[in-house]
Design a protein around this ligand. Structure first.
Ligand SMILES: Cc1cc2nc3c(=O)[nH]c(=O)nc-3n(C[C@H](O)[C@H](O)[C@H](O)COP(=O)(O)OP(=O)(O)OC[C@H]3O[C@@H](n4cnc5c(N)ncnc54)[C@H](O)[C@@H]3O)c2cc1C
Length: 305
């Protein structure tokens, strides 16, 4: 359909920070909520499934790809603006496709404190809300006051409390788990002014800590596993003797730099190689510690079983 700019058979590996996975049967990058709605209608008429992709920094896409319509919420929906509130704070409005790191740096430029951690997270603003992304003690839920989303019938807005945020989860993640439609289009955040030098120093400090401890130059989706209550996934993996471990020479490896990251060394692994290693790590950690790791990374498409 020309006016919706739907492309066919689009390789997705380049849209995933894991740098693997097959094509989308159909692919579109809408510019407005109305276009999102029209794309859902189009997919419904065709009887195919829809997957919403942000920056693909928390997704492992199957080697078979996705046999439906991938709607990528990205640069076409990346508005960014600010407005003073009556109580002297500042309200930021950003499109779901805006890089979350850009939201973080914009806050820093405006001397707003609380979003410094966002500068190092490579997802989109929509993906950050969906996952309640967080780092170094901060979480997206700390400042989100309103989210506008398409619920399959209409575009509606809810406040931060209604987003039901939890550790790496939100109302939107829960709705997706129930097979319901919830496409985040925009969010508002309210932040307080702080000291610009302190904010800049904190952004730099977090960047240094991240670079020192994480394999940022190797394809991955960040932390592969959620933090189990009372433990650290990386420590459990290390204790199981798996830091730097690989099952084969596919490229799938537990990072030698940070055991919590499964990486695609050299970008040569297939999604199935990555998945086999993830499953192996889960089993070995369970054998060693009795703790069953849960994936933070989201699976897209068919992985069999
Ligand atoms: C090097 C590296 C470091 C990382 N560090 C961190 C970290 O410190 N903290 C952290 O929390 N995460 C981290 N991550 C993981 C990732 O960046 C976050 O989970 C991020 O929020 C995902 O956003 P995304 O746009 O890439 O989402 P995607 O990977 O594209 O999608 C993730 C999920 O969100 C859904 N989704 C995305 N956009 C929308 C939307 N607009 N509407 C509805 N659903 C949507 C997708 O359907 C999917 O289920 C890291 C990843 C990498 C590669």
């Amino acid at each position: 359909m020309a006016e919706l700019n739907i492309s066919e058979n689009v390789p997705l590996a380049g849209y995933s920070t894991f740098r693997c996975g097959g094509p989308a049967r159909y692919f579109a990058e809408p510019s407005t909520g109305d276009e999102v709605a029209a794309l859902f209608k189009w997919a419904e008429d065709k009887g195919i499934e829809v997957f919403i992709l942000g920056n693909g920094s928390n997704c492992l896409i199957s080697d078979e790809g996705f046999d439906g319509l991938v709607i990528r919420i990205a640069k076409n929906m990346s508005g960014l603006s600010s407005e003073e509130t009556d109580d002297g704070r500042v309200k930021i409005t950003c499109g779901a496709g805006l890089p979350y790191a850009r939201f973080g740096s914009y806050c820093a430029e405006l001397s707003l404190t609380g979003a410094e951690f966002a500068c190092g997270i490579p997802g989109s603003c929509g993906g950050a809300v969906f996952m309640n992304a967080g780092a170094y003690g901060g979480e997206t839920k700390d400042f989100v006051t309103k989210v506008t989303y398409w619920n399959g019938e209409n575009i509606r807005s809810i406040n931060g409390a209604e987003c039901d945020f939890g550790y790496r989860t939100s109302l939107f993640e829960k709705l997706a788990g129930e097979g319901k439609t919830a496409v985040i289009l925009e969010f508002e955040a309210v932040l307080s002014k702080g000291n610009k030098d302190e904010i800049t120093a904190l952004v730099e400090d977090l960047r240094r800590r991240r670079t020192a401890s994480q394999p940022l130059d190797v394809p991955s989706a960040g932390s592969t596993f959620k933090r189990p209550e009372g433990y650290f996934a990386a420590k459990l993996i290390e204790d199981a003797g798996l830091k730097g471990f690989a099952l084969d020479d596919s490229g799938a490896q537990v990072s030698p730099k940070h055991a919590g990251f499964v990486v695609n060394n050299g970008g040569t692994a297939r999604a199935s190689d990555v998945m086999r290693l993830i499953d192996y790590v889960v089993e070995k950690v369970f054998e060693n510690s009795g703790v069953r790791l849960e994936k933070e990374v989201r699976l897209v498409g068919n992985f069999g079983g």
